[in-house]
Design a protein around this ligand. Sequence first.
Ligand SMILES: *[C@@H]1O[C@H](CO)[C@@H](O)[C@H](O)[C@H]1NC(C)=O
Ligand SMILES: *[C@@H]1O[C@H](CO)[C@@H](O)[C@H](O)[C@H]1NC(C)=O
Ligand SMILES: *[C@@H]1O[C@H](CO)[C@@H](O)[C@H](O)[C@H]1NC(C)=O
Ligand SMILES: *[C@@H]1O[C@H](CO)[C@@H](O)[C@H](O)[C@H]1NC(C)=O
Ligand SMILES: CC(=O)N[C@H]1CO[C@H](CO)[C@@H](O)[C@@H]1O
Length: 438
Amino acid sequence: MAGDFSMIGSVILGLLLAGYLGQQYLPPPKPRVIGLDLGTTFCSVGAFQPGTGDVEVIPDEKGRKSIPSVVSFTDTGIYSGHEGQELQDINPQNTIYDAKRFIGKVFDQKTLDQESARYPFKVTFNNGSAEFLVSTNSTFTVTPEFIGSRLLLKMRKMAEKHLGVPIEKAVISVPAEFDERQRNYTIRAANQAGLEILRVINEPTAAAMAYGLHKVDVFNVLVVDLGGGTLDVSLLNKQGGMFLTRAMAGNNKLGGQDFSQRLFQYASERVRQQYGAPPTLKEDVHRLRQAVEAAKLRLTVEPSVSLKVPLCLQTTGDEGPQEEQVTFQEELTRELFEDLNADLFQKILAPIETVLVEGRLDKAEIDEIVLVGGSTRIPRIRQIISQYFGKEPNTSVDPDLAVVTGVALQAGIMGGSWPLQVSAIEIPNRSLRKTNFS
Ligand SMILES: *[C@@H]1O[C@H](CO)[C@@H](O)[C@H](O)[C@H]1NC(C)=O
Ligand SMILES: *[C@@H]1O[C@H](CO)[C@@H](O)[C@H](O)[C@H]1NC(C)=O
Ligand SMILES: *[C@@H]1O[C@H](CO)[C@@H](O)[C@H](O)[C@H]1NC(C)=O
Ligand SMILES: *[C@@H]1O[C@H](CO)[C@@H](O)[C@H](O)[C@H]1NC(C)=O
Ligand SMILES: CC(=O)N[C@H]1CO[C@H](CO)[C@@H](O)[C@@H]1O
């Protein structure tokens, strides 16, 4: 009897060993399910590599790991991502961006008229939904989910080219505050791009997964997502392998573009002080804005940078108004950037405090803090957050790629990739409302 058991035992062991060695020495299968981050300003696609257990964020043909969420319509076709963005200056009325702000949302006519005034393209009202008016050879309207589908199709093609296999399945992330209708329309966009969506996960949950927090012993995770124009703070609570969103708050008028604007105003005022006239020509304003934006990014890693911008100023000379060619030069320090934005940076704490109150947690009970979005690279912002909590946030993953990394991990899990991992399911809390500051 004992012999039988040990024989069965060794057969099982042998099978396990064969399976293990097979996994080790056969070429790993290609990923068949991709992870998609359809962002308001940028989109990324990733895949879980079964062999190494790593996530690869898939680059385009030029090695760029995200594409702008821009779709441009012309007489010759529809251009998405970088190609769409390149047409933005010459074709502003037919170049649609920010479509995610409209997808699956119910509007009234008046709100949409106000929204339309903010954009170079026309946003129209159709029975409670937003549409975009496009005039090329003919005039027609397109839906926000159609814009989404073009971006998703572009990413699907990027993935197919890079992985060398056809892709028909995906996992996609959406903001935690998206309701069922917005989730449905996002899925519809993916379906139009020929993709079946296996699961929709919340962006903060994806970011937490990027740090492997679904596998380790943590309970309360705070996710701070500070992008170009909005701040979103989510309090996640992990129970078993599941993430629950306990509270959400944010500020939909706070982000990187506001910090750049402060620096731009400062630079513009310095031009006026030095030459007696601020930049007024459209090209000058554009050039100064771009220089300031580049300076802001460099100040994240350098203590000071020098601006050098050629300008053509409309000054007043002895014989009346004249044009003056100058080269504006100015040293900008990180300290100056922080001073100019001190009040804005401080506003980050309000939604953090709100989610703690709503989640009935003390800040000491937060186990991990996850930073998402490019603006969380700003050293002063990291400092404000770590000082508030008395601990360092988790920052080892690129904050622009944290969401796509987590979605791709979930895609790997859904695709049954080996080694199998515990899946992070989430329980949506339907009664949850997001508090907004602004
Ligand atoms: C627009 O018109 C041009 C020339 O009139 C034509 O070549 C092109 O195919 C048209 N584009 C579309 C999208 O119909
Ligand atoms: C308008 O929307 C309502 C509610 O969503 C729907 O019942 C109705 O069929 C729509 N009408 C048209 C003309 O699409
Ligand atoms: C979302 O889609 C599901 C499944 O297709 C459907 O049952 C549900 O009614 C939809 N909900 C909304 C709000 O559109
Ligand atoms: C959902 O949120 C409400 C209000 O924040 C809370 O009372 C309720 O317990 C939550 N439900 C779950 C399942 O977490
Ligand atoms: C500050 C920091 O890096 N904290 C944590 C980030 O997440 C991992 C879990 O994957 C923790 O082990 C780190 O301590």
